[in-house]
Design a protein around this ligand. Structure first.
Ligand code: HEM
Length: 445
């Protein structure tokens, strides 16, 4: 199972620029021109790209000790060295062992009522005829939800302070600042650096106050902060306060943007296709205008719509593993230093797995199950997204609550294209809709 790298495009720059403009283009063009697998020289090392399930299975199943530092390393200054996204090898596995129970499905289910309340309260503030851009709308909802899940039940004022601090930190980090070290200094107030530092300091102060409150209370509560503070590995060792802070920043930044893109794309696809819209409403109808959130979580067609949304518009176009030791993939011998890339976009557009992949067809998820190497919106193997259950639950409850009680129309004309945001890919223009009023009431516009 050896062989050289397959031929790939020459010259990193044109591909890199194209990548920035069209986040799926690098993969789709690469496959069209060079076949699968192909390689791309990038600023972060040579990428070996495949969307073939067999190759993806090898990458996800490889010994984690053979992976180097994660692709998120440029974000270290902001996430902190204890962030799970930055760790590798044994330390990463230990940290996963500590954090995964905090994200377990049953624990997440404790928050269904809060997610629904947040959605219903926000929807009640909408005025008929009002235009909404879904990405910022969903971000605000997702911020409130994630603050509740991470920090638990606390008074409204503390929740609002935390939500604002999160908004300020996440909002201040632009892609340029995230990836260009030169901009991470205070050039006479000309860069956003000083502002980011101020927001981070305010956020850290609030987080450390929450940690102190939990420690002095002496026992675990129902939130993720408590779960992290009181978690112990097999040797009885837990996380330091600093580690807990780094994990919280990671969850907040990893989750919020991605979750808001999922909600915005779901809204888009439901309203872009009248058949899908009719079927979603027919499924919601028996649940009434204020559906039980647990019932929403179990709706098969709504679940299939969300699965299909993540298939056709993956929020991360690929999953990367930098190799610390050689790995054989699809008969090619990849030397250490290569970045082995499971191309989600290619796997999800493979007509052998998904006939007519260009069509939005939620039914495909009702007709058969897909393997972890065929369907990978949350990555895979030892780094698979710990927030996946929460994100999918949140989307079902939010979307179900919005559509059961309210009417919306799409303002944007399909197709809405994907574009790169800070760390993830989302809908260009943010998906604009107009609010038509509560369901079942005629509203004069
Ligand atoms: C629609 C929403 C989301 C999507 C599509 C998504 C997707 C992903 C993907 C593709 C990865 C990389 C996995 C890999 O390398 O194999 C990842 C990692 C991660 N995600 Fe998510 N995510 C979402 C929401 C969330 C939420 C809500 C949280 C937390 C509250 C979260 C926390 C994380 C963390 C901590 C990692 C790093 C895991 C590690 O390196 O071990 N994500 N996510």
């Amino acid at each position: 199972m050896t062989g050289g790298l397959p031929n790939g495009p020459r010259g990193a720059l044109p591909q890199t620029i194209r990548f920035a403009r069209d986040p799926y283009g690098l993969f789709l063009d690469g496959k069209r021109r060079y076949g699968d697998p192909f390689t791309v020289p990038t600023l972060f090392g040579r990428w070996f790209v495949t969307g073939q399930p067999e190759g993806i299975r090898t990458i996800f199943g490889a010994d984690p000790a053979g992976f180097g530092p994660s692709a998120a390393v440029p974000m270290q200054w902001y996430l902190g060295p204890g962030s799970i996204a930055l760790l590798s090898g044994r330390r990463h596995l230990r940290e996963r062992q500590l954090i995964m129970p905090a994200f377990h499905g049953t624990r997440m289910r404790a928050h269904t009522a809060t997610i629904q309340r947040n959605t219903a309260q926000r929807a009640a503030q909408l005025r008929p005829g009002e235009r909404i851009t879904m990405v910022p709308f969903a971000k605000e909802l997702s911020r409130r939800n994630v603050v509740r899940v991470l920090f638990g039940a606390q008074d409204q004022r503390r929740a609002a302070l935390l939500a604002d601090a999160v908004r300020d930190v996440v909002g201040a980090v632009t892609p340029l600042v995230a990836f260009v070290p030169l901009l991470r200094r205070d050039l006479f107030g000309l860069t956003p650096w000083r502002r980011i530092q101020r927001h981070l300091a305010a956020f850290d102060a609030l987080v450390h106050a929450e940690i102190r409150a939990r420690r002095s209370a002496g026992g675990p509560g129902d939130d993720v902060v408590s779960a992290l503070l009181f978690a112990r590995d097999d040797d009885g060792v837990g996380l330091s306060d600093r580690d807990v802070r780094d994990e919280l920043v990671t969850f907040l930044s990893a989750g919020q943007e991605a979750a808001s893109h999922l909600l915005a794309w779901t809204m888009y696809w439901i309203h872009a296709d009248p058949d899908v819209h009719a079927r979603v409403l027919a499924e919601l109808e028996p649940l009434g205008r204020e559906p039980d959130p647990e019932a929403l979580v179990r709706l098969p067609f709504l679940s299939a719509v969300i699965d299909e949304t993540l298939r056709i518009h993956p929020i991360g176009p690929s999953v990367e593993r930098k190799l610390a030791q050689p790995l054989d993939v699809l008969g090619h011998h990849l030397p250490a230093g290569t970045v082995a890339v499971a191309a989600t976009v290619l796997a999800h557009a493979d007509p052998r797995t998904y006939p007519r992949p260009e069509l939005f067809r939620p039914e495909r998820f009702l007709e058969r199950r897909f393997s972890a190497a065929e369907y990978l919106p949350f990555g895979g193997g030892v780094r698979r997204c710990p927030g996946s259950d929460f994100a999918v639950h949140e989307t079902k409850i939010t979307m179900g609550t919005l559509l059961a009680g309210h009417r919306f129309d799409l303002v944007d004309r399909p197709p809405v294209r994907p574009r790169r945001y800070t760390v993830t890919v989302g809908p260009a223009g943010g998906v604009r809709v107009v609010y038509r009023g509560p369901r079942g009431k005629r509203v004069a516009l």
